[in-house]
Design a protein around this ligand. Structure first.
Ligand code: KG4
Ligand code: ZN
Length: 339
């Protein structure tokens, strides 16, 4: 039996999970509310909160799995990309835990983790993993990428953003409207009550497989600024329509390029991953497109879309099977590339 404890601390969620022979046994995440009033993640506060949270979160993950420390065969951690101070808390904890218990260490790329979330299995929960090769639209707070996943360890990024990520487009738009961080889930909530065609924002003109969101953010900023000059209550009176229209535009941009990628590669096995894949509008739109175009669509379970250690655990499990371990000299890498 192979039992792995995984730690995820790349941004503002402290998470620990346990996977045994490929089955997820527990997944515990402590969110950090401390950033809400600052309109974004404050790195210093994030690492301090990780330090406070990590021991109780790991403790609970082990308890929820009905295991004890001596049952754990390896410990995995997120090496990057992410905030350096946050990564350091997880990696230091993992190294200490490995040394104290004389077990090996496994390092995981956070983005690889998001893609691997599509393979997470829990006993008693129906699940179908994507078949290789498949295309993943990976959309998070830091990344927007189109990836051809050829096997568990062979991935090719065929398109990505040239500026902001899709999650940033949601969060920055929300900030312009005075909503707290992270604004993505709030835009999703209000969009359900609004008209997606109330306001029209132009889509960027970039390459077939490229994303760009910074122009949209500026367009929203100027549009709202001008409307507020005419009517100081503009945002309040039109919040639902604003959210629905902004969300519609972001989704349209995401889906356009995904369609290009499918056309170019001929691959109709399609998946989404990352925090923005929690968006209900994006999920519905992709289900429609999949029906129309005969795609086989894979959407991760809602709880595995935003940052969590379960996705790090499943990636680590496959690395364990490959005997792919790291050492005490491993270093955190805030800009870790190869996925
Ligand atoms: O994957 P994630 O948890 O962290 C990163 O690796 O970045 O993604 C966080 C991002 C944030 O920008 C957040 O606003 C966005 O995912 N997000 C959403 C939704 N839930 C989370 N965006 C739109 N709709 C949602 N329901
Ligand atoms: Zn993430």
């Amino acid at each position: 039996m192979k039992t792995i404890l995984a730690i995820e601390t790349s941004c503002d969620d402290t998470s620990a999970a346990i996977i045994q022979d490929g089955w997820l046994l527990s997944n515990v995440t402590a969110n950090q509310d401390v950033h809400k009033k600052y309109g974004g993640v404050v790195p210093e506060l994030a690492s301090r909160a990780h330090q406070a949270n990590i021991v109780p979160v790991v403790d609970l993950a082990i308890k929820n799995a009905n295991l004890t420390i001596s049952d754990i065969d390896a410990i995995a951690f997120t090496r990057g990309p992410g905030l350096l101070g946050s990564l350091l808390v997880g990696i230091s904890f993992a190294k200490g835990f490995a040394l104290a218990n004389n077990i090996p260490l496994i390092d995981v790329n956070h983005l690889h983790g998001h893609v691997s979330a599509l393979f997470l299995k829990e006993k008693g929960v129906k699940h179908t993993s994507p078949k290789f090769p498949f295309i993943t639209l990976l959309v998070s707070g830091g990344h927007s990428q189109l990836i051809v996943v050829k096997s568990f360890f062979d991935k090719e990024i065929i398109g990505e953003t040239i500026d902001d990520a899709a999650g940033e487009a949601f969060d920055k738009s929300a900030k312009i409207m005075g909503l707290p961080y992270p604004g993505g889930p709030l835009i999703d909530k209000y969009a359900k009550l609004g008209n997606p065609h109330a306001y029209k924002f132009t889509k960027p003109k970039v390459g077939d497989l490229q994303y760009s969101f910074s122009g949209l953010k500026t367009a929203i900023l100027y549009f709202i600024r001008d409307e507020v000059k005419k009517n100081p209550n503009f945002i309040k009176e039109n919040l639902n329509d604003l959210c629905a229209s902004i969300q519609f535009t972001i989704i349209d941009i995401l889906v356009d390029k995904l369609k290009n990628a499918i056309k170019k590669t001929g691959i109709k096995e399609v998946a989404i991953a990352g925090g923005v894949s929690a968006n209900s509008g994006l999920r519905e739109r992709l289900k429609d497109e999949a029906n129309k175009n005969n795609w086989v669509l894979h959407i991760p379970e809602f709880k595995f879309t935003t940052d969590n250690a379960a996705m790090i655990a499943i990636t680590a499990y496959h690395k364990f099977l490959n005997n792919d371990f790291t050492s005490q000299s491993a270093v955190a890498d805030a800009r870790l590339k190869e996925i």
